[in-house]
Design a protein around this ligand. Structure first.
Ligand SMILES: C[S@@+](CC[C@H](N)C(=O)[O-])C[C@H]1O[C@@H](n2cnc3c(N)ncnc32)[C@H](O)[C@@H]1O
Length: 257
Protein backbone atom coordinates (compact mmCIF):
# COMPACT_ATOMS: atom_id res chain seq x y z
CA UNK A 1 0.00 0.00 0.00
CA UNK A 2 1.27 3.51 -0.80
CA UNK A 3 1.96 5.75 2.20
CA UNK A 4 1.32 9.37 1.29
CA UNK A 5 3.00 12.49 2.70
CA UNK A 6 1.27 15.79 3.49
CA UNK A 7 1.81 16.82 -0.15
CA UNK A 8 0.31 13.55 -1.35
CA UNK A 9 3.64 12.14 -2.53
CA UNK A 10 3.20 8.39 -2.72
CA UNK A 11 6.68 7.21 -3.61
CA UNK A 12 9.96 7.06 -1.75
CA UNK A 13 10.73 10.74 -2.43
CA UNK A 14 8.80 13.68 -0.99
CA UNK A 15 8.15 16.15 -3.80
CA UNK A 16 6.58 18.53 -1.29
CA UNK A 17 10.21 19.04 -0.13
CA UNK A 18 12.30 18.52 -3.26
CA UNK A 19 9.89 19.22 -6.12
CA UNK A 20 9.90 23.06 -6.15
CA UNK A 21 12.26 23.55 -9.12
CA UNK A 22 11.46 20.27 -10.86
CA UNK A 23 9.73 21.69 -13.94
CA UNK A 24 12.56 24.16 -14.59
CA UNK A 25 15.26 21.48 -14.63
CA UNK A 26 13.35 18.42 -15.85
CA UNK A 27 11.97 19.57 -19.18
CA UNK A 28 10.89 16.98 -21.75
CA UNK A 29 13.73 16.16 -24.14
CA UNK A 30 12.21 16.15 -27.68
CA UNK A 31 14.45 13.34 -28.97
CA UNK A 32 13.40 11.10 -26.08
CA UNK A 33 9.78 12.23 -26.49
CA UNK A 34 9.80 11.11 -30.13
CA UNK A 35 10.80 7.59 -29.06
CA UNK A 36 7.98 7.48 -26.49
CA UNK A 37 5.42 8.74 -29.02
CA UNK A 38 6.56 6.05 -31.45
CA UNK A 39 6.18 3.40 -28.75
CA UNK A 40 2.58 4.52 -28.15
CA UNK A 41 1.87 3.95 -31.83
CA UNK A 42 -1.60 4.69 -33.15
CA UNK A 43 -3.13 5.30 -29.71
CA UNK A 44 -5.52 8.22 -29.28
CA UNK A 45 -6.16 8.06 -25.52
CA UNK A 46 -3.17 7.60 -23.20
CA UNK A 47 -2.90 7.44 -19.40
CA UNK A 48 0.36 8.91 -18.05
CA UNK A 49 1.15 7.45 -14.61
CA UNK A 50 3.39 9.42 -12.22
CA UNK A 51 2.88 12.28 -14.65
CA UNK A 52 4.58 14.98 -12.58
CA UNK A 53 4.65 18.34 -14.35
CA UNK A 54 3.65 16.76 -17.66
CA UNK A 55 6.94 15.88 -19.33
CA UNK A 56 6.54 13.73 -22.43
CA UNK A 57 2.78 14.30 -22.72
CA UNK A 58 2.48 14.75 -26.48
CA UNK A 59 -0.24 16.94 -27.98
CA UNK A 60 -0.70 14.13 -30.52
CA UNK A 61 -2.57 12.13 -27.84
CA UNK A 62 -5.56 12.70 -25.59
CA UNK A 63 -3.67 12.29 -22.29
CA UNK A 64 -5.09 11.57 -18.84
CA UNK A 65 -2.33 12.29 -16.30
CA UNK A 66 -2.23 10.62 -12.86
CA UNK A 67 -0.03 12.23 -10.21
CA UNK A 68 -0.15 11.89 -6.39
CA UNK A 69 2.02 14.89 -5.41
CA UNK A 70 0.27 18.26 -5.08
CA UNK A 71 3.59 20.10 -5.56
CA UNK A 72 4.06 18.32 -8.89
CA UNK A 73 0.45 18.76 -10.02
CA UNK A 74 0.81 22.50 -9.31
CA UNK A 75 3.76 22.75 -11.75
CA UNK A 76 1.77 21.50 -14.71
CA UNK A 77 1.65 24.18 -17.41
CA UNK A 78 -1.77 25.62 -18.28
CA UNK A 79 -1.83 24.06 -21.75
CA UNK A 80 -1.77 20.53 -20.28
CA UNK A 81 -4.77 18.82 -18.67
CA UNK A 82 -4.89 18.83 -14.86
CA UNK A 83 -3.72 15.58 -13.30
CA UNK A 84 -5.96 13.11 -11.48
CA UNK A 85 -4.80 12.57 -7.89
CA UNK A 86 -4.03 8.85 -7.76
CA UNK A 87 -1.35 6.19 -7.41
CA UNK A 88 -0.06 3.63 -9.89
CA UNK A 89 -0.84 0.73 -7.58
CA UNK A 90 -4.60 1.49 -7.65
CA UNK A 91 -5.47 3.39 -10.82
CA UNK A 92 -8.94 4.95 -10.51
CA UNK A 93 -10.21 3.73 -13.90
CA UNK A 94 -12.19 0.73 -15.18
CA UNK A 95 -10.50 -1.99 -17.26
CA UNK A 96 -9.55 -1.09 -20.84
CA UNK A 97 -10.22 2.64 -20.37
CA UNK A 98 -7.35 3.86 -22.61
CA UNK A 99 -5.70 2.94 -25.89
CA UNK A 100 -2.24 2.98 -24.27
CA UNK A 101 -0.35 3.77 -21.05
CA UNK A 102 2.97 5.47 -20.35
CA UNK A 103 5.18 6.26 -17.38
CA UNK A 104 8.47 8.17 -17.36
CA UNK A 105 11.10 8.30 -14.59
CA UNK A 106 8.57 7.15 -12.03
CA UNK A 107 8.38 3.39 -11.38
CA UNK A 108 11.51 3.37 -9.19
CA UNK A 109 9.56 5.42 -6.67
CA UNK A 110 6.45 3.26 -6.47
CA UNK A 111 5.89 1.17 -3.34
CA UNK A 112 4.93 -1.82 -5.53
CA UNK A 113 6.16 -1.45 -9.14
CA UNK A 114 4.80 -4.85 -10.26
CA UNK A 115 1.31 -3.93 -9.00
CA UNK A 116 1.50 -0.55 -10.74
CA UNK A 117 2.60 -2.13 -14.02
CA UNK A 118 -0.25 -4.67 -13.82
CA UNK A 119 -2.62 -1.76 -13.26
CA UNK A 120 -1.29 -0.04 -16.39
CA UNK A 121 -1.94 -3.26 -18.32
CA UNK A 122 -5.43 -3.49 -16.85
CA UNK A 123 -6.52 0.02 -17.83
CA UNK A 124 -4.87 0.06 -21.28
CA UNK A 125 -6.16 -1.94 -24.23
CA UNK A 126 -2.92 -1.44 -26.16
CA UNK A 127 0.79 -0.78 -25.59
CA UNK A 128 2.44 0.20 -22.31
CA UNK A 129 5.61 2.33 -22.54
CA UNK A 130 7.98 2.62 -19.56
CA UNK A 131 10.95 5.01 -19.56
CA UNK A 132 13.31 4.02 -16.77
CA UNK A 133 16.93 3.14 -15.98
CA UNK A 134 18.60 -0.26 -15.98
CA UNK A 135 20.01 -0.64 -12.45
CA UNK A 136 22.80 -2.88 -13.76
CA UNK A 137 24.19 0.04 -15.79
CA UNK A 138 23.69 2.96 -13.37
CA UNK A 139 27.15 2.66 -11.77
CA UNK A 140 28.95 2.75 -15.14
CA UNK A 141 28.51 6.54 -15.25
CA UNK A 142 31.54 8.70 -14.27
CA UNK A 143 29.50 10.29 -11.46
CA UNK A 144 30.02 7.06 -9.52
CA UNK A 145 33.63 8.19 -8.87
CA UNK A 146 32.30 11.31 -7.15
CA UNK A 147 28.90 10.41 -5.69
CA UNK A 148 28.88 6.65 -5.06
CA UNK A 149 26.02 6.67 -2.55
CA UNK A 150 23.83 8.64 -4.94
CA UNK A 151 24.24 6.08 -7.70
CA UNK A 152 24.06 3.17 -5.25
CA UNK A 153 20.69 4.62 -4.23
CA UNK A 154 19.58 4.81 -7.86
CA UNK A 155 20.74 1.27 -8.56
CA UNK A 156 18.82 0.02 -5.52
CA UNK A 157 15.62 1.89 -6.41
CA UNK A 158 15.29 1.05 -10.10
CA UNK A 159 13.50 -2.29 -10.55
CA UNK A 160 15.52 -4.82 -12.59
CA UNK A 161 14.53 -4.76 -16.26
CA UNK A 162 13.61 -8.45 -16.04
CA UNK A 163 11.15 -7.72 -13.23
CA UNK A 164 9.48 -5.01 -15.34
CA UNK A 165 9.17 -7.20 -18.43
CA UNK A 166 7.79 -10.06 -16.30
CA UNK A 167 5.18 -7.81 -14.65
CA UNK A 168 4.09 -6.40 -18.01
CA UNK A 169 3.88 -9.80 -19.70
CA UNK A 170 3.16 -10.36 -23.38
CA UNK A 171 5.54 -9.28 -26.09
CA UNK A 172 8.05 -6.84 -24.57
CA UNK A 173 10.85 -4.90 -26.24
CA UNK A 174 13.69 -3.18 -24.33
CA UNK A 175 15.53 -0.39 -26.21
CA UNK A 176 18.50 1.63 -24.92
CA UNK A 177 17.74 5.36 -25.21
CA UNK A 178 20.62 7.59 -26.39
CA UNK A 179 21.02 10.73 -24.27
CA UNK A 180 21.95 13.87 -26.28
CA UNK A 181 24.81 16.03 -24.93
CA UNK A 182 22.45 19.02 -24.64
CA UNK A 183 19.57 16.98 -23.15
CA UNK A 184 17.06 19.42 -21.60
CA UNK A 185 15.71 16.80 -19.17
CA UNK A 186 18.15 17.14 -16.26
CA UNK A 187 18.56 13.64 -14.83
CA UNK A 188 22.08 12.80 -13.63
CA UNK A 189 23.33 11.15 -16.86
CA UNK A 190 21.96 14.07 -18.90
CA UNK A 191 24.94 16.05 -17.59
CA UNK A 192 27.51 13.52 -18.83
CA UNK A 193 29.15 16.20 -21.04
CA UNK A 194 28.31 19.19 -18.80
CA UNK A 195 29.67 18.19 -15.36
CA UNK A 196 29.50 21.78 -14.09
CA UNK A 197 25.71 21.47 -14.04
CA UNK A 198 25.97 19.02 -11.14
CA UNK A 199 27.48 21.82 -9.04
CA UNK A 200 24.08 23.55 -9.19
CA UNK A 201 22.10 22.58 -6.04
CA UNK A 202 18.73 22.93 -7.83
CA UNK A 203 19.89 20.63 -10.64
CA UNK A 204 20.88 18.01 -8.06
CA UNK A 205 17.63 18.43 -6.13
CA UNK A 206 15.68 17.69 -9.30
CA UNK A 207 17.28 14.21 -9.32
CA UNK A 208 15.59 12.59 -6.32
CA UNK A 209 18.45 10.17 -5.48
CA UNK A 210 20.45 13.11 -4.10
CA UNK A 211 17.75 13.58 -1.42
CA UNK A 212 18.64 10.18 0.07
CA UNK A 213 22.21 11.27 0.88
CA UNK A 214 23.05 13.30 4.01
CA UNK A 215 23.69 17.00 3.19
CA UNK A 216 27.32 16.87 4.44
CA UNK A 217 28.01 13.81 2.26
CA UNK A 218 26.45 15.49 -0.80
CA UNK A 219 28.50 18.62 -0.06
CA UNK A 220 31.73 16.56 0.06
CA UNK A 221 30.81 14.86 -3.23
CA UNK A 222 30.21 18.17 -5.01
CA UNK A 223 33.36 19.73 -3.50
CA UNK A 224 35.39 16.82 -4.93
CA UNK A 225 33.84 17.42 -8.35
CA UNK A 226 34.39 21.18 -8.08
CA UNK A 227 38.09 20.63 -7.26
CA UNK A 228 38.60 18.15 -10.11
CA UNK A 229 36.93 20.53 -12.57
CA UNK A 230 39.05 23.45 -11.36
CA UNK A 231 42.41 21.67 -11.60
CA UNK A 232 41.70 19.76 -14.83
CA UNK A 233 41.52 16.29 -13.28
CA UNK A 234 37.97 15.68 -14.53
CA UNK A 235 38.86 16.79 -18.06
CA UNK A 236 42.00 14.66 -18.14
CA UNK A 237 39.88 11.59 -17.37
CA UNK A 238 36.54 12.34 -18.98
CA UNK A 239 37.00 15.48 -21.10
CA UNK A 240 36.48 13.51 -24.33
CA UNK A 241 32.80 13.32 -23.33
CA UNK A 242 32.39 17.08 -23.80
CA UNK A 243 32.54 16.52 -27.56
CA UNK A 244 30.57 13.28 -27.67
CA UNK A 245 27.13 14.00 -29.22
CA UNK A 246 25.26 11.35 -27.24
CA UNK A 247 25.68 8.80 -24.49
CA UNK A 248 24.12 5.39 -24.31
CA UNK A 249 23.95 4.95 -20.56
CA UNK A 250 21.39 3.32 -18.30
CA UNK A 251 18.24 4.89 -19.83
CA UNK A 252 15.92 2.36 -21.46
CA UNK A 253 12.49 2.39 -23.06
CA UNK A 254 10.46 -0.74 -22.34
CA UNK A 255 7.47 -1.33 -24.58
CA UNK A 256 4.90 -4.05 -24.01
CA UNK A 257 2.68 -4.61 -27.02
C1 LIG B 1 10.97 11.89 -11.23
S1 LIG B 1 9.27 12.31 -11.24
C2 LIG B 1 8.84 12.05 -12.96
C3 LIG B 1 7.72 12.91 -13.39
C4 LIG B 1 7.41 12.87 -14.89
N1 LIG B 1 6.88 11.59 -15.29
C5 LIG B 1 8.67 13.21 -15.67
O1 LIG B 1 9.12 12.41 -16.50
O2 LIG B 1 9.20 14.31 -15.46
C6 LIG B 1 8.51 10.91 -10.48
C7 LIG B 1 7.02 11.10 -10.29
O3 LIG B 1 6.44 9.87 -9.88
C8 LIG B 1 5.44 10.18 -8.92
N2 LIG B 1 5.15 8.98 -8.10
C9 LIG B 1 5.86 8.49 -7.05
N3 LIG B 1 5.25 7.41 -6.54
C10 LIG B 1 4.13 7.19 -7.28
C11 LIG B 1 3.10 6.21 -7.25
N4 LIG B 1 3.09 5.24 -6.33
N5 LIG B 1 2.12 6.27 -8.17
C12 LIG B 1 2.12 7.26 -9.11
N6 LIG B 1 3.08 8.22 -9.19
C13 LIG B 1 4.07 8.18 -8.29
C14 LIG B 1 6.05 11.31 -8.12
O4 LIG B 1 5.07 12.02 -7.37
C15 LIG B 1 6.71 12.13 -9.22
O5 LIG B 1 5.86 13.11 -9.75
Amino acid sequence: MSVRTADGSAGDADYGTIGGAYAAYRRPEPRIGALIARALGAARTVVNVGAGAGSYESAAFDVTPVEPSAAMRAQRPAHLPPAVDGVAEALPFPDDSFDAAMTTFSIHQWSDPAAGLREMRRVARGPVAVLTCDPDLVRDFWLYEYAPLVLDTEARRYPPVGAITAALGGSVEVTPVPIPADCVDGFNEAYYARPEMLLDPAARQSCSAWSFVAPDVAAAYTEHLRRDLADGTWDARHGHLRGQPELTGSLVLIRAA
